[in-house]
Design a protein around this ligand. Structure first.
Ligand SMILES: [Zn+2]
Length: 484
């Protein structure tokens, strides 16, 4: 029997607000352990929480970007359970009345655009962090850091509509691009700013009913999600092929060894005894606030990607690479010379991104050295064939290292560009004079020899001529000779 995987993802996005979700403690990564705590996030008796307005604003930006329905009234609830890194013994989250419902994230899988339907997005707080166990002499200790306790999170849950590990990768990549684009999170999975659990089940191909699902926890990289989900699909396929049933369970994926371990089997659903948090008022979002959040969103990444394809006639691949980040796409738009979008795209995608990668620079690091107007001038001159290939590469190398206009750079390095008819025509004529044999062959229709003549002119120009220009002038001179 053929089995069809069905995957749903639960993602946690850590918001980059200045303070925590329900208190004024700083929300910073890597501070001195237990330095950023107060009675509210330590859950001391009598402390009163207050919702962070910026976190709500960020949730509204994400919700409106994804076309979710925004509830006019949503409710914070307590999810009760004990865990050593959660001092209150409950987590403040949203349960039956979440802030955002429905919505869709556009992704591309295998070249095909798709919309991945969402169930909900809600606001909640993070737990602290445990470190354990550690050996101290003959004792084993666990330590806990509450700095993360109370950091704002958005939980985003998809419908079970993803059908392959590759689709999970596309989804997470698109989500990471979006939260960075909106400026609401750095979305770094290694730092836990974006986390993901996956629900995986198999069903007979063509069947509408869902099979028994298992939950994969602690997936801490996009590659890890793809490989963990693939391993779980393989495991469930083997179970079903042997005539057994899949047991509902929670699994851990060990990315280093590509191994799954069953953490616990779920015989009963947890009873978290959710109830509305009596310390927090109902979260009310007016129509005007919802509209304002939508209006504050920039042009969204998929809209910009589509516009790049149309406005600049770029291939889908180029448009996707150039809109990987808002900063890169802004820079591209600011430096593209009119009518030469593809040339600009080639230079940005290959040379510029290579430098960023090699030097571990951000787009801002690059543009601090090479403002868009300066790069535009460079691209304009490349497009106008004023800078032959090898010279263009040299100039590109000087751009981030030295100040000055392109003309000043050429002057400073003593590079004379043989471009334009004036400089090239004498070289072309000289080559034709010096090579009567090949000239006769080309005139007799042996076009293969034409390349030889181009090569001779390039050599005479010491690599400074633009090949297209040389070809054009050679054809012109040869045509004059054949008429003569
Ligand atoms: Zn606090």
């Amino acid at each position: 029997m053929a089995w069809q995987p069905v995957i749903g993802l639960e993602c946690h996005v850590q918001l980059k607000t200045r303070s925590k979700m329900f208190c004024g403690c700083p929300n910073v990564f890597g501070a001195e352990p237990n330095g950023n705590v107060c009675p509210v996030c330590l859950g001391l008796p009598g402390a009163l929480p207050r919702a962070n307005e910026v976190a709500i604003e960020y949730a509204l930006r994400l919700g409106t970007a994804l076309d979710c329905r925004i509830r006019a009234e949503s409710v914070f609830a307590r999810k009760n359970y004990f865990y050593p890194d959660m001092p209150k013994n409950y987590q403040v989250t949203q349960y039956d009345r979440p802030l955002c419902e429905g919505g869709e994230l556009p992704i591309v899988v295998g070249g095909e655009p798709r919309g991945i339907r969402l169930t909900r997005i809600h606001c909640e707080e993070d737990a602290g962090k445990s470190f354990h166990p550690e050996r101290r002499g003959d004792r084993r200790l666990s330590r806990v850091d509450f700095n993360r306790a109370g950091v704002p999170l958005l939980e985003l849950v998809t419908e079970p509509v993803l059908e392959s590990p590759e689709a999970c990768t596309a989804f997470l990549t698109a989500l990471r691009r979006l939260v960075r684009w909106l400026g609401i999170s750095d979305g770094d999975m290694e730092k836990g700013q974006l986390r993901c659990d996956a629900n995986v089940s198999l069903r007979p191909a063509g069947s509408a009913a869902l099979g028994t699902k298992t939950e994969l926890k602690n997936l801490n990289s996009i590659k890890g999600v793809e490989r963990g989900v693939a391993a779980e699909i393989a495991r469930q396929s083997a179970v079903l092929a042997s005539g057994e049933r899949v047991t509902q369970a929670t699994l851990l994926y060990d990315a280093d060894h590509d191994r799954l371990a069953i953490m616990r089997t779920k015989e009963h659903a947890h009873d978290y005894r959710y109830f509305p948090d009596p310390d927090l008022p109902v979260l009310r979002v007016s129509e005007s606030r919802r509209m304002a959040a939508r209006a504050s969103n920039p042009e969204l990444p998929w809209a910009r990607e589509a516009r790049f394809r149309e406005r600049y006639a770029l291939p889908a691949y180029d448009a996707a690479v150039l809109t990987e980040s808002r900063e890169l796409s802004d820079y591209y738009e600011a430096c593209v010379p009119e009518g030469h979008a593809k040339i600009a795209s080639n230079w940005v995608m290959t040379e510029l991104l290579r430098v960023l990668n090699d030097r571990d620079w951000s787009v801002a690091d690059w543009s601090a050295r090479v403002p868009a107007a300066r790069f535009k001038e460079f691209l304009r001159r490349v497009a106008a064939r004023e800078l032959p290939g090898p010279v263009a590469k040299q100039v590109f190398g000087w751009l981030p290292a030295e100040p000055g206009t392109i003309a000043e750079l050429l002057e400073r390095h003593g590079v004379r560009v043989a471009s334009g008819e004036e400089a090239l025509r004498p070289l072309v004529r000289a080559v034709l004079e010096e090579n009567p044999g090949p000239v006769a062959q080309v005139l007799a229709g042996r076009d293969a020899t034409f390349g030889f003549l181009v090569g001779q002119v390039m050599k005479k120009s010491e690599g400074r001529a633009v090949p297209q220009e040389v070809q054009r002038l050679l054809r012109e001179e040869l045509a004059a000779r054949s008429r003569a």
